[in-house]
Design a protein around this ligand. Structure first.
Ligand code: GTP
Ligand code: SPV
Ligand code: MN
Length: 597
């Protein structure tokens, strides 16, 4: 029998009965119900330090901040071990791993049986979304990881607030998580949408273990969103205020480690004096049609779980400011004086460091000091540029949807779609080179519809159909754009300086939404000429800008072939409108190629 350390703060028998049942299976020594209080925060942090899971950073250098090192085999999302167990394989579609739910439950029961022996089971209730919003969702995660408990406390509204919101209802996500023996051969991240249940075993890494985030707020939410007529997307949300005081909102989807956190916190360059970008979210957007016929978006999270390497005063000043306190750093490097460091931070690397695996590191070391997917966890409220509308339960009205990937070639700096269907085609067939945010090879081009491929909780062809249907349901739809900050020149270097300079592209996009800025029509979409962009004081050569803006008809010929193969792979559920859209673009492109000679 497990000892219950704190009495259940609820009489909801759906909750207590389920916790009892899971505890009988996992057999923890102790059960602890998280209430979300300040006292508890201290207690959990102390427990984590005692257990060697967290280390306190120097209080003067980095107040109220902690350091964590993971098992070296557990540093990123493991998509090959992630399953969507719908009743039929067809429902999960060709982009998800699938197993028959009964068979998967049986297999996982074997792994969870006794997995929490000698450990505490933390009961972590949370709300995704603003507590007073009708659209927010309650979940409870049972976990044997105190790291998970303290991270969810930052990333979501955690504790009694969630149980109060739930009341006596049964409508909560049932998350069960055990690090168990952290063995990749016994690691599974499994979704059972028909049961509102997620079971995850064998990993303590963010996206695998904080079940509120990618598992609930994207995979499960997308499954429900399709039925209920809304969208759950892997997107940042930002607020742009022009020098004239006009406020507009943008949602942007880039694959993991491809620039969402950075764009959401953009600091405009001096040439854009008077512009202000404020953050609403950096990873997840839930979007619905509002009563005024516009698309409204809200961020269901309450914190940031961001990529550390590359973050500096020069690239992301806002992030550096928000990380000066109250943060948890995972798998970065440690300085001798109890602070953190990572590749790309301002200034030269310190002489000596302890690397992410706990080994001594010097500037001559051949391996990075921080893991490329090392991360920070920090409360949303720490962001000095957070939008005042971040807690509006209705969300904010979106003017533009932007999608982008990491493409060393082909995709121009910016591309506006001709219409909604064309935008869904461009985003739905988009490709991006893989990053360290998931296990496996880095730099491999893969198709990533809406930057959401790892997080679509059902058949991807149906997902594209849902996007088309949403367009038909939005009387005043946002315009859809593609961007690419990552195109490279022949020397292998990025053509576009990126980061704050991306403001130049945002301004063009907003002006296109107003019908002001000009663009050039190409067979694949509307592209800015260099003269259509504000390029004053841009730290780049005109030739590099021209190369970044180029639509190369031969590259696009190959691209359209790859896109066609992708639609073939998705299979018969791909909407016919997208196949026709492909053919239309291809015909236009071939006409242009013939006219060229
Ligand atoms: P997830 O949290 O994994 O979903 O990623 P994200 O999309 O929020 O990515 P993030 O903004 O953290 O960027 C990941 C990496 O891309 C960092 O190393 C950044 O420094 C780099 N990056 C971001 N924006 C730009 C840009 O405009 N240009 C270039 N060259 N690199 C960028
Ligand atoms: C991503 O991989 O897209 C992330 C990090 O945002 S995680 O939450 O771990 O999935
Ligand atoms: Mn992400």
């Amino acid at each position: 029998m497990s000892t219950t350390l704190t009495a259940p703060p609820t009489t909801n028998t759906h909750v207590t009965g389920w916790v009892d049942e899971m505890a009988r299976m996992c057999k923890p020594d102790r059960i602890y119900w998280c209430d979300g209080s300040e006292t508890e925060r201290e207690r959990l942090l102390a427990e984590a330090i005692d257990a060697g899971v967290l280390m306190k950073l120097d209080e003067r250098k980095r107040p109220n901040s902690y350091y964590s090192r993971s098992n070296p085999n557990d540093v990123a999302r493991t998509e090959e071990l992630t399953f969507v167990c719908t009743p039929t394989r067809e429902e999960a579609g060709p982009t998800n791993n699938w197993m028959e739910p009964g068979e998967m439950y049986a297999k996982l029961r074997g792994l969870f049986d006794g997995s929490m022996r000698g450990r505490t089971m933390y009961v972590v209730p949370y709300i995704m979304g603003v507590p007073n919003s009708p659209f927010s969702k309650v979940g409870i995660e049972l976990t044997d990881s105190v790291y998970v408990a303290v991270n969810i406390r930052i990333m979501a509204r955690m504790g009694n607030i969630a149980l109060q919101r739930l009341g006596m209802a049964d409508a909560f996500n049932r998350g069960l998580h055990s690090v168990a023996d952290c063995d990749p051969s016994r690691r599974f991240i499994v979704h059972f949408p028909q049961d509102n249940t997620i079971w995850s075993v064998g990993s303590g890494y963010g996206g695998n273990a904080l079940l509120n985030k990618k598992c609930l707020a994207l995979r499960m939410a997308s499954y429900y969103a399709r039925r209920e007529g809304w969208l759950a997307e892997h997107m940042l949300l930002l607020e742009a205020t022009s020098p004239q005081g006009e406020v507009r909102y943008i949602a942007a989807g880039f694959p993991s480690a491809c620039g969402k956190t950075n764009l959401a916190m953009l600091v405009p360059p001096p040439a854009f004096d008077g512009w202000r970008i404020r953050t609403l979210g950096d990873d997840i957007a839930w979007m619905r049609v509002g009563t005024d016929g516009r698309l409204y978006a809200a961020n269901p999270e309450n914190g940031f779980f961001g990529v550390a390497p590359g973050t500096s005063m020069a690239t992301n000043l806002t992030a550096m400011k928000m990380l000066t306190r109250d943060a948890i750093f995972t798998n970065v490097a440690l300085t001798p004086d109890g602070d953190v460091w990572w590749e790309g931070m301002d200034g030269p690397a310190p002489d000596r460091l302890t690397d992410w695996q706990g080994e001594p590191w010097t500037r001559d070391s051949k391996t990075p000091a921080a893991h490329p997917n090392s991360r920070f966890t920090v409360p949303l409220a720490n962001n000095p540029m957070v939008s005042p509308n971040v807690n509006d339960p209705r969300g904010v009205p979106i003017s533009a949807l932007i999608f982008g990937g990491r493409r060393s070639n082909t995709v121009p700096l910016a591309l506006e779609s001709f219409n909604w269907t064309h935008g869904v085609y461009l985003a739905g067939t988009m490709g991006s080179e893989t990053t360290a945010a998931k296990t496996g090879a880095v730099g491999v081009l893969r198709r990533d519809p809406m930057a959401n491929i790892p997080f679509i909780g059902y058949d991807a062809g149906e997902y594209l159909a849902h996007w088309l249907e949403m367009g038909a349901r939005i009387p005043r739809p946002p315009k859809i754009f593609l961007v690419n900050w990552f195109r490279k020149g022949e020397d292998g270097r990025f053509l576009w300086p990126g980061f704050g300079e991306n403001m130049r592209v945002l301004e063009w996009i907003l002006e296109r939404c107003d019908g002001h800025a000009a663009a050039r029509e190409t067979p694949v979409g509307l592209v800015p000429r260099a003269t259509d962009l504000e390029l004053r004081e841009l730290p780049a050569k005109p030739a590099a800008v021209d190369a970044a803006l180029r639509v190369d008809l031969d590259e696009w010929h190959d691209e359209l072939t790859l896109q066609d193969q992708w639609l073939d792979f998705l299979g018969p559920t791909v909407p016919r409108a997208l196949r026709l859209q492909h053919d239309l673009m291809q015909e236009a492109l071939e006409t242009a190629r013939k006219a060229r000679v």
